[in-house]
Design a protein around this ligand. Sequence first.
Ligand SMILES: *[C@@H]1O[C@H](CO)[C@@H](O)[C@H](O)[C@H]1NC(C)=O
Ligand SMILES: *[C@@H]1O[C@H](CO)[C@@H](O)[C@H](O)[C@H]1NC(C)=O
Ligand SMILES: *[C@@H]1O[C@H](CO)[C@@H](O)[C@H](O)[C@H]1NC(C)=O
Ligand SMILES: *[C@@H]1O[C@H](CO)[C@@H](O)[C@H](O)[C@H]1NC(C)=O
Ligand SMILES: *[C@@H]1O[C@H](CO)[C@@H](O)[C@H](O)[C@H]1NC(C)=O
Length: 954
Amino acid sequence: MWLTHSMTIGGGPTKLGLLIAFIFSCLCGQALGQYVDDPSAIQNVTYTYDNYVLSGSLMLKSFPNNMNAYIHYQTYDGVWNMTGTTITVHWQWENADNTYGNWSFEGTVGPYGISKFYVYLMLVESGATYTDDNNGQYYVVANGAPRSTANCDGYDVVHTSVSKGVTQLGLALNGKGCALYSPDVKYLTVSITPYSKDLVRIKIADAANKRWQIPASVVPEGTPSSHSIQTKDYAVSYTNSPFTFKVSRPSGEVLFDTSVSGLPSLIFEEEFLEISSVLPDNANIYGLGDMTDSFRRSPDTTLQTFWNLDQGTTRLNNGYGSHPVYFELRDGMVHGVFLRNSNGMDVALVPGQITYRVIGGVLDFYVFTGPTPAAALDQYTSIIGKPAFVPLWTLGFHQCRYGGTWVSTQGIKDTVDSLQQAGMYLDTVWADINYMNEYQDFTLGSSFSDWNDYVATLHQEHLHHVPIVDPGIPNVSGYGPYQDGKSSDVFLKWPNGTLFLGQVWPGVTVYADWFHPQSGTWWTNQIKKFHQIDSFDGLWIDMNEASNFVTPPGYEPAYRINNNGAWGVQGLNSRTLSTNLTHYSGISEYNVHNLFGHYEAIHTHSALSALNPGQRTFILTRSSFAGTGHYSQKWNGDNAATWDDLYLSIPQIMSNQLFGIPMVGSDICGFNGDTTEELCNRWAQLGAFYPFSRHHHSLGYEDSFFFLWESVTESALKAYTIRYTLLPYLYGLMQQASQTGNAVLRPLWWDNAMDTKTYGIDTQFTLGDGLLVTPVLTEGANTVTGYFPDGIWYDWYTGSAETTSAGYKTLDANLTHINVHVKGGIILPAQYPAKTTYATVRNPYYLIAALDKSGTASGSLYVDDGISVNPKSSQLAFNLSGNTLSIGLSWYGFRIGPKLDQVQILGYASGRAPTTIYLNGRRVAGAKVALSQNVLKITGLTIDLNNKSVLQWK
Ligand SMILES: *[C@@H]1O[C@H](CO)[C@@H](O)[C@H](O)[C@H]1NC(C)=O
Ligand SMILES: *[C@@H]1O[C@H](CO)[C@@H](O)[C@H](O)[C@H]1NC(C)=O
Ligand SMILES: *[C@@H]1O[C@H](CO)[C@@H](O)[C@H](O)[C@H]1NC(C)=O
Ligand SMILES: *[C@@H]1O[C@H](CO)[C@@H](O)[C@H](O)[C@H]1NC(C)=O
Ligand SMILES: *[C@@H]1O[C@H](CO)[C@@H](O)[C@H](O)[C@H]1NC(C)=O
């Protein structure tokens, strides 16, 4: 696969003297024609390669214009092709008759060497660029690729034992080893531990047990079943010489197999581990994040790097967090593979294989066999922890702003007033770093001296408040958080004991060492003190990759992961903490870099739990690792106000469901850049269906609040009315996710896994299994084409049946309309919407029962106090069949105040409105009935939901 990355060394016009002449003669675009497809344009290319330096010369057809020439070179290192890296070619002189020019080049290639190159021509004119890749004429550099796996003969099994179902193998290195990037580890142990009938752990570690392994207190490792596992949905087998292992289904279907033809069986060096597995052709792989990519990862050209990085939403880069897990969908069945390793790594999907290259730790694989998507996610979250159950208020609309008018209490209040005057839904008012004094955590700036009074006002209106805190603590003497941390010795240090200094918003800062046993207490104390001057309801932990505005010196291993897509040009230390730092008890930052944000989230969760014992917490983190969802919620970081980022928010949110972080969203209307009315309008519609729904916008750009445009106001009102109406449904999905890990915002294949047409769709999604959202993601559109899985789908607005069998359909989607459909067979619990979640949950309930082909529908309603960790709760079960709706209690522990006022039946076929309504056999006097277009509405019911009951219509 050819990864595109352009990095120009040098550049600029190479024939500057002739540029002027060109501008006056203005050949405007015809110039390159002389070169395009002309095999004689480039002649006599000569080159030498020595010690990573490529130099040479060539003859290029002369032309009086602004021509640039580059060497684009590529490396094939046995697994993937790296490309796009550039060396500039310089013009030297013309030959006598001016027909050819002599050009030369010399440049250092990246750490992977060079397999071949081609000459790339580029003509830059005012306003346009013309390019020619010289017909892909390649020049091969025979001695260029540095990596030879000739001596990588893997390991042999030299010892076997089985005890209580756990297989232990001893491995010994074959031959002298390969030492590709560092010395080989000679002896390894493998343990194969069945965890349950659908989960098995295969761990390959050093026999001496000296290497870094993530402590179970930081990332859980799951618990094997204490019962003997009778029938397993998998079989694990291995080969002895060399050692490889294979996990198959009982049917023989191979899920993971490390014996890949033509590749080393296993490389286990001090700082380089490589292992590959066979994949089917055109495999359906999801996960491997954080990423900015389509939801289904390209099985042929994906290289995902894991090294947490403050780097916006750049496609194909490593992201803010690391989740080394993938889910594969094959013939309707899902299985997954989790590599429990916190070190930097590259994971490549190339045709027929997945390859892991890891720069430390051990190979600790978990394979889970599904086979349903929900079962697979339940299995994965049984290892890393179930998602935290969010407080109900967090499901409302959140408003944030960085800079702009949000630099004083009054500025924020003005926006809130405008939102409310425009009739907008609003639950939470955020505060970005502007509220702080000199960007110092846990302080209030002078224009926020009255802030806490305002927060009290918000609370009176049942609104909530979440401020930001960053991990960089300024090393300013007299600043409490720094002084306290220094005396408890909780900050990160160099090996010689000197505090590490980075640079973030407040200037020079130190960083907490979350591994230090006192760091949690210190953090909790700061947060408790801060709460006295800012009575927040949740915390936003940003910049925790950890971000640093400068690149410190630090150790770089020989194998360079593709950090920031720059092929080793940007090392591990780029804009973060130094890999040399040591955490408490000597743990090296090199090994735990990817855990910084995760561990901060754990400590923040403890702090908020200490602040409000017994209450659920709300924490929004940017960086994450496997298991973060157990403690924290997340947003997708600094996106941009572009149509592409509007689309990308869907695959990003879907992927996070797989990572066990269902409560996730992207900044609505785009964080960076100026949005447009149309983009913000479409984003308001889509964002209303994000699990975490927040509008946010960056410093230095025009305001993009919904109320600024009439069309956006209208769209937001329309879409958020649906969100607040379905609050009981959304809350029930969140509760379910906290129990089973199940996805809240789902790809279409989640509930239609046999339908291969759904496998690549990430421009639509469902919330739970009942609501299909088909947003407009392109500029200028007034229709949208969506896929409808099998079944009846009813239009949300009209209740008419849109489709009755699987297929694509083009729908009207004018500027203020987002298409939403309800699935036949589902009963959605709803409440009459009010402008806050607080008021909404106090309004009467109603049910939207969408009938399936056999005229039945079912659903449930979960209710509790909305905030307690172990709440008393009630769950109701609804079943509609024929003319009867039965309301049952799955369990009962929480008294439900509001009554059920209305039942809507979509797909009501009888054609005749019923005349009499019975509740538990008795006529309901106040009930009213209306039938229009197959939608039957029975209102005025006032059914007490604390008892089971039966509603009938005749
Ligand atoms: C790498 O490039 C070579 C041609 O140079 C091609 O044969 C091979 O299939 C490519 N491999 C991948 C994984 O793209
Ligand atoms: C390329 O080299 C050949 C052989 O030395 C020579 O005849 C030819 O003139 C060269 N081409 C150019 C454009 O100089
Ligand atoms: C400790 O090491 C760091 C990084 O190498 C260096 O900048 C600092 O000056 C050293 N401190 C002392 C006291 O030597
Ligand atoms: C980092 O560690 C490496 C290897 O241990 C050492 O060579 C290098 O000097 C260290 N750099 C700093 C800045 O401490
Ligand atoms: C927009 O489309 C919806 C659904 O098709 C329709 O109900 C509404 O009237 C349209 N609005 C305008 C202004 O055309």
